[in-house]
Design a protein around this ligand. Structure first.
Ligand code: TYM
Length: 329
């Protein structure tokens, strides 16, 4: 019996940060045993905003290294580069023709993105269309992503419904798969952790010292000015949320009590978080160093991945052209 398919992607826009890992990659790993998983390095999405041409190949390699270092087994999940399967963009063109500009202009993700760029390209407007095509070209039913992506998955379902209603049942409506925990917050406490916002993130390749420095400088409950001031974990916007991801419940209750009674200081609370975080990240970083020393192995994984999935994308495009009356003359 063939298994249901999963697709997700990460943009090669810089180094991978903790939000990518906790919000998306962990979920991707969880699904590998039960689904046929395809995970992309979505380079055509990364060029929707101004970018550094010279750094792009290394950025792509780094996302692949990140997937592998986090524990994705390339025998069990397919890793590929989006532009190696050009059918993604072909399907995106056709989806663009059944999507209103008005719909795209009103997606909340666009508003956030526009705050970070000076140049508004039509590629950026069409970003969600390409994302929808990425997913459904493989007829994927599940998409492991961070909670910030919900609007794009909902949009994908709408495009699928429109296509199926217009041209006949072709695509399943995909659902998102979220890891437990909310959106990983920016270290500044404002918005989400993001590689496009300097100072907001912990990179997966940060050294242990850098990670500790970042945590040590992160703002906690503003009422805890001195060590002896009692605090409220709920008013600690970043560290407490990260404890929710990393710290077992019992230990968390202990820390909360310590915070409320000023039994422990913020630094001690952060040290506990740092310890658990590094327990998780150290093996990943070790594998990262090893993979970075063997880039040709990583390139082979990507080449084989694209070769494995391209026939699926081609079959879908043949079906789509047929359904849309484009298959012959
Ligand atoms: P990107 O590269 O911006 O993010 C990759 C993944 O990381 C998650 N993420 C977070 N999750 C929780 N907290 C955070 N602070 C945080 N920051 C990033 C994102 O939710 C995402 O899952 N649009 C996608 C890329 C994409 C895609 C696709 C995803 C293109 N085509 C098809 C799934 C299926 C994105 O946000 O990339």
């Amino acid at each position: 019996m063939s298994r249901e398919r999963v697709f997700s992607g990460i943009q090669p826009t810089g180094t991978l940060q903790l939000g990518n890992y906790l919000g998306a990659i962990k979920g991707m790993i969880e699904l590998v045993e039960h689904y046929e998983c395809i995970y992309g390095i979505v380079d055509y999405h990364a060029v929707t905003v101004p970018y550094n041409v010279e750094k792009m190949p290394q950025n792509k390699l780094n996302v692949a290294i990140g997937y592998l270092a986090a524990g994705l087994d390339p025998q069990k999940a397919t890793l590929m580069v989006q532009s190696d399967v050009p059918e993604h963009t072909e399907l995106a063109w056709l989806f663009g023709c059944i999507t209103s500009v008005n719909k795209l202009e009103h997606l909340p993700t666009l508003k956030d993105k526009l705050e970070t760029v000076d140049f508004f390209s039509s590629g950026l407007l069409n970003y969600p269309i390409l994302q929808a095509a990425d997913i459904v070209i493989y007829k994927a039913t599940l998409v492991p992503v961070g909670r910030d992506q919900e609007a794009h998955i909902e949009f994908t379902r709408e495009v699928v419904r429109k296509f199926n209603n217009t041209f006949g049942q072709t695509f399943p409506e995909p659902a998102s798969y979220n890891t437990p925990g909310a959106i990983v917050p920016s270290l500044s406490g404002e918005g989400k952790m993001s590689k496009s916002v300097p100072g907001s993130y912990i990179a997966l390749t940060d050294t242990p010292e850098e990670i500790w420095q970042k945590l040590a400088q992160t703002l906690t409950d503003p009422r805890r000015v001195r060590r002896d001031d009692p605090g409220d974990p709920e008013a600690c916007p970043v560290i407490w949320q990260l404890h929710h991801i990393y710290t077992p419940e019992e230990k968390r209750a202990e820390l909360a009590e310590g915070c409320r009674t000023a039994g422990i200081g913020c630094l001690q609370c952060k040290r506990e978080l740092y310890r658990l975080m590094m327990e998780d990240l150290s093996p990943l970083q070790e594998r990262w160093r090893d993979l970075a020393a063997h880039p040709d192995y990583v390139r082979d994984v990507l080449r084989e991945g694209a070769a494995r999935v391209r026939p699926i994308a081609q079959a879908t495009m043949a079906e789509v052209r047929e359904k849309m009356g484009l298959a012959g003359v």
